[in-house]
Design a protein. Structure first.
Ligand code: GDP
Ligand code: IMO
Ligand code: MG
Length: 424
């Protein structure tokens, strides 16, 4: 029995989907606990490629129950579309897919406000995915949110939408100069999705507590990454949830004392999509090469991802924040062919050297990275499944990272497919 959390150790897109899919054949439950359809988790197996946004990445490998926890914000229309996609692939969700009654709903006005707010920010835009994530969490925290259970009682739903629209229409009309919205239209838009989702909505907190009591294996799937955490990331250039291991508890109802493994997923280099500081970003030829070799384009929005060398100062902070006791290294194959590979081991801020990740945005923006240069390798490692087959310089690269962080890698990923993996 184990309860393991998989957490993005960078700015998202570390390959969480691939790893959760790989590990889920040993799981009884796979649980999403935060974020929403801003996530894009790519899975490749049996010549299939799937991008999941809301459904846990455990749906294809094994028979785990897949749970969308209370901490997730759900766009019902997007979720139904995703369910249809999975069913069309021949996979059944009957009896093994569960949606928390207390997860909050993303309504069309959340998406509209997300986009309008970004437009108003102009040059300071966060570069959100436009999926309504921020405004939905604002509704939740300001206690006017609509929860999945509210969808099942049309009277309650209508009253809550009516109440919300009073403020929202005022802002649309007077601040944004946009057409206002009508409750009836929103209700009508939701009707088909409610019918499709109703059988899956339940008390997932109790379901998971029963799992813990029955010594089941639980795998929690983080979305986004620690550096996008609303408390601990590069605020305000973050998402609006807690993608850290603490968030796994509040977003699922699983207590901290039940967690035994916290796995961090990091790429062999760094990427970030959207705006905000990125200390090791590379603007020239090397950055372009990483983007091209790593196919670094967003799985949700298609935007090119910003690329840079691995940042061990940020990663050490992330390991500590989450209590990570195991790590996965993904996209190791993307480093093939580089004569030298750099890793950032220190920062210089205002002329002073430090290995502590700064918490003020101003300081993060001032970081001058100090690099250690390591030798690369010529031969392709793509698809390797044995540690012994790795070139000596690839092994040294991995050992260097482990030594800096004080945590061992248990999985090395050498390609996008489930099978392209070295298990240690
Ligand atoms: P997630 O959001 O953390 O699940 O990651 P994404 O799916 O957004 O982005 C990761 C991308 O890298 C996807 O296109 C994966 O198919 C791909 N990928 C994952 N692991 C590897 C790997 O080891 N090597 C290569 N070349 N691609 C990988
Ligand atoms: P996965 O789970 C990478 C980024 C956006 C933006 C910021 C806020 O696939 O790793 P939001 O729409 O959440 O309000 O946008 O967060 N972002 C991601 N970046 N991977 C993701 O998810 C992301 N989800 C949000 O680009 O900078
Ligand atoms: Mg992604």
């Amino acid at each position: 029995m184990s309860t393991r959390v998989v957490i993005g150790a960078q700015w998202g897109d570390e390959g969480k989907g691939k790893i959760v899919d790989l590990l889920s054949d040993q799981a009884d439950y796979v649980v999403r606990f935060q974020g929403g359809a801003n996530a894009g988790h790519t899975l490749k197996f049996d010549d299939k490629k799937v991008v999941l946004h809301l459904i846990p990445s455990g749906i294809f490998n094994g028979n785990a129950d897949c749970v969308i926890g209370n901490g997730v914000v759900i766009d019902p229309v997007a979720l139904v579309e995703e369910i249809k996609g999975v069913q069309e692939m021949g996979f059944s969700l009957e009896g093994r897919f569960f949606i928390s009654q207390t997860a909050h709903v993303i309504l069309p006005y959340h998406k509209l406000l997300d986009q309008l707010k970004e437009k108003r920010r102009g040059g300071d835009a966060i570069g959100t995915t436009g999926r309504g994530i921020g405004p939905a969490y604002v509704s939740k925290v300001s206690r006017v949110g609509i929860r999945m259970i509210d969808l099942l009682d049309r009277e309650i739903l209508k009253n809550k939408i009516d109440q919300n629209l009073q403020d929202i229409n005022f802002a649309l009309e007077n601040l944004y100069k946009e057409p206002t919205l009508k409750t009836e239209d929103l209700m009508a838009e939701l009707e088909e999705s409610i019918a499709a989702l109703e059988p899956f909505i339940c008390n997932t907190t109790n379901l998971l507590h029963e799992g813990i009591n029955n010594h089941k294996n639980i795998l929690l799937e983080g979305a986004q990454g620690t550096m996008l955490d609303v408390d601990h990331g590069t605020y305000p250039y973050v998402t609006s949830s807690s993608p850290t291991s603490g968030g796994a508890c509040t977003g699922s109802g699983i207590p901290p004392t039940a967690l035994d493994k916290v796995m961090g997923i990091t790429k062999a280099y760094c990427t970030r999509v959207g705006n905000g500081p990125f200390p090791t970003e590379l603007h020239g030829k090397v950055g372009d090469e990483l983007r091209k070799k790593g196919h670094e384009f967003g799985a949700t929005t298609g935007r090119p991802r910003r690329c840079g060398w691995l940042d061990l100062v940020a990663l050490k902070y992330v390991v500590q924040l989450n209590g990570m006791n195991e790590l996965t290294l993904t996209k190791m194959d993307v480093m093939d062919g580089f004569e030298e590979i750099k890793v950032c081991t220190k920062y210089i801020i205002d002329g002073k050297e430090t290995d502590v990740f700064p918490l003020s945005l101003d300081d993060v923006e001032k970081v001058e990275p100090v690099y250690t240069s390591l030798p690369g390798w010529k031969n392709s490692i793509e698809g390797l499944t044995n540690w012994d087959d790795l070139p000596a310089t690839a092994k040294s690269y991995i050992r260097f990272i482990e030594e800096y962080l004080g945590v061992k890698f248990t999985i090395i990923s050498t390609g996008p497919k489930r099978s392209e993996t070295i298990l240690l």
